[in-house]
Design a protein around this ligand. Structure first.
Ligand code: ZN
Length: 272
């Protein structure tokens, strides 16, 4: 289902999401009437490399709600030739964390555009990054559910090291073929490589900052930053921890199942 699909479908999707709440997953934190009346407003959290953008985008298609990625908003803004864009450019080039003011401005104007377009609900990706941003967001609107994607650090590092981008078409691939056997009660993690077609194979490039040291540092900073945000939503009974234990073909049905959004067709596929 896409944005603009029939209201009945949208309503059905929300009812399904509501059912997920009612099954006790998020301790039924919200009065059910609220979710039934309002479009779903979700936040996706997850460390770099976990596939947050991919799953947020797939779920936004499924629910027919926009996927609002802070990274995209910043990139769009950078393309403009306004004084604000120039300021932003300087900050980004210096590798500085963007202030709450800046990100909130970008987010507010995106949400305004959404309401003008008649878009319902959203999945936020890359925001909030801090507890204060989460608090401000709560003043703007009420978040229904926060999906926190998790993956073991050693596997994350292997995955990040395996990332390749085709300099020809810009598509992303992953050479890391991960198969970690089950141990100490942890399930097996199977994430097959996403290999490029022959036409791209000779044009693969590695992101300059995908070295092991940089990745470890990025994960350390992420863990430090995200803890207060996770705790904030945990206190509100809105945090859903979700283990990414495989590639997209394994993880996507599992995510739908967790959110009680899977259809009979998908259940059949999973049983094959
Ligand atoms: Zn290519």
């Amino acid at each position: 289902m896409r944005v603009g699909a029939g209201a009945a479908n949208t309503h059905k999707a929300f009812k399904q999401l509501w059912a997920a709440f009612m099954s006790g997953m998020a301790a039924a934190a919200l009065p059910p009437a609220k979710l039934a009346q309002q479009p779903a407003k979700l936040v996706f959290l997850g460390c770099p490399g976990v596939g947050k953008g991919t799953y947020a985008s797939m779920l936004s298609d499924r629910l027919g709600i926009p996927h609002i990625a802070m990274g995209d908003l910043v990139r769009e803004e950078l393309l403009k030739s306004t004084p604000n864009a120039q300021k932003l450019k300087d900050l980004v080039n210096q590798g500085k964390l963007l202030s709450d003011d800046i990100v909130l401005n970008l987010l507010s104007s995106r949400l305004l555009r959404a309401s003008e377009n008649g878009e319902d609900g959203f999945i936020l990706d890359g925001f909030p990054r801090t507890r204060s941003q989460a608090e401000i967001l709560d003043q703007l609107t009420e978040i229904d559910l926060v999906v926190n994607l998790k993956l073991r650090e050693d596997v994350l590092i292997l995955k990040c090291l395996g990332r390749r981008i085709c300099s020809g078409c810009g598509n992303n691939f992953n050479l890391a073929d991960i198969d970690v056997q089950a141990e100490n009660g942890h399930p097996r993690i199977l994430m097959p490589a996403m290999l490029p077609p022959p036409t791209c194979a000779s044009k693969l490039t590695i992101r300059e900052d995908d070295t092991e040291d940089v990745i470890r540092e990025r994960l350390r900073i992420y863990a430090q930053e995200s803890k207060p945000v996770e705790d904030y939503y945990k206190q509100q009974n809105k945090l859903l921890d979700f283990d990414v234990g495989g590639g997209i073909p394994q993880t996507w049905p599992k995510l739908l199942r967790t959110l009680k959004l899977d259809t009979e067709d998908e259940l059949k596929t999973q049983q094959l």
